[in-house]
Design a protein. Structure first.
Length: 412
């Protein structure tokens, strides 16, 4: 099962957790105090790069009836859409650049280039996901409502097709996120106005906003821009569709690598009910995963290769995550906590393995729900074979990293 007692799982005392929280607060203060011209230059250079790629792609696609022009134009457009979605739309909507008071790149005014309205995404993602990260039954991003990603969710026959559902989700990721956010918005509307007739929710302002954005996005990608290229309209249309597909697959891969590999733990509502602000920090560290990336891949992933740091500080500028990561990893070493990371192919393979494995009923699985690689519990230490967990503790705590490493080595 998921973690029910985060302090017990981490083998930290209340004093340890308070100390960890103070050090993380210090990181936040340092970055906030340092924000300035360097960060201003960074975000404006990214905007200029993204817009330059898009304009260049549109020019090249004027001649897209020739295959080389189609390939070049589609590649440039895909890079433009990835940058806009990941490093700009996602991070601006988190309020990472609100401190600049620039209305062009403020979280209240930026509308991103995909079918879902950014206003609905902000409510569903910034609030529900980042507040309730990986809490089973509260964070709808665990499997996005169609995938079983933890044994805490009861198996149903429909889960047998989740390998196929995963492919559909990956290829239509922006549509899945848009529908996911609309459903979350409708639930919020009902919660804010008890007694609302649910049958009327479909006619709500949320639904109208949703369909208006779809109409605008589809009109731009599949009517306006193809029409502007004249005789090349068919190849421009396929270029737009291909660029959207590439952006969807990449965004999907980045998100899954940060949330679903082994080591990105899940939590119970019981744990949340007694959670302190200090324990919230700890939950973000244990419930997220990074993947290794150089500067270019970091840029193209919206710096979400630093998913741990993003969950700790979602509103700090993304270009600061590399330096924050060094300090967070040092804190994990100091407090004997796992710092979950690996190559992108490895992290995605672990997430993919969970998707296929949990498509099966639990009776087909060899490990117990307390001792599964994809979801840990404080109970696993009591249930594990002592021969697999005999380690020399690195500190007066348990030696959590070494214990988890030994457990995982035994269950591969």
């Amino acid at each position: 099962m998921a973690i029910t007692d985060i302090a017990r799982y981490a083998h930290l005392t209340d004093v340890d957790i308070d100390s960890l929280s103070r050090e993380l607060d210090a990181i936040r203060r340092d970055i906030e105090d340092q924000r300035g011209e360097r960060d201003w230059r960074y975000i404006h250079r990214v905007i200029a790069l993204q817009r330059g790629l898009e304009i260049g792609a549109r020019v090249v696609l004027m001649g897209s009836r020739r295959k080389p022009a189609w390939v070049l134009g589609t590649s440039m457009l895909a890079c433009s859409k990835v940058l806009e979605n990941m490093e700009l739309g996602h991070n601006i909507s988190h309020g990472q650049w609100d401190w600049m008071n620039d209305p062009e790149i403020h979280s209240n005014s930026w509308e991103w280039d995909q079918v879902g309205p950014s206003s609905q995404w902000k409510r569903a993602h910034n609030y529900s996901h980042h507040l309730y990260t990986n809490i089973v039954g509260m964070d709808d991003d665990i499997g996005f409502g169609i995938l079983r990603m933890t044994r805490d969710v009861a198996w149903r026959p429909v889960n047998l097709i989740q390998p196929l559902a995963n492919v559909v989700l990956a290829t239509t990721f922006e549509w899945g996120i848009a529908r996911h956010d609309l459903d979350a918005q409708k639930r919020m509307d009902v919660e804010r106005h008890p007694g609302t007739d649910i049958s009327r929710i479909g006619k709500s302002e949320a639904s109208r906003t949703f369909w208006r954005k779809i109409g605008k996005q589809m009109g731009k990608d599949f009517v306006l821009f193809p029409a502007l290229t004249g005789r090349a309209w068919k190849t421009t249309l396929t270029a737009n569709a291909s660029a959207n597909l590439i952006r969807n697959l990449w965004a999907y891969a980045v998100i899954f690598c940060g949330h679903f590999p082994d080591g990105a733990e899940k939590f119970t509502m019981a744990e949340y009910e007694s959670e302190t602000r200090q324990q919230w920090y700890l939950r973000q560290m244990l419930g997220s995963a990074n993947f290794k990336a150089g500067p270019l891949m970091a840029l193209m992933s919206g710096n979400l290769c630093y998913q741990i740091e993003h969950h700790l500080f979602p509103d700090l500028p993304s270009n600061r995550y590399p330096e924050i990561a060094k300090r967070v990893e040092a804190l994990c070493e100091k407090f004997d906590l796992p710092y979950t990371t690996g190559s992108l192919p490895r992290q995605y393979w672990l997430a993919l393995r969970t998707i296929h494995k949990l498509a099966l009923p639990d009776s087909f699985l060899s490990r117990s729900s307390d001792d599964a690689p994809e979801t840990s519990s404080e109970q696993r230490f009591g249930l594990a074979d002592p021969r697999e967990t005999t380690v020399e503790p690195a500190s007066p705590r348990r030696g959590l990293k070494a214990a988890i490493g030994a457990l995982r080595a035994g269950k591969r």
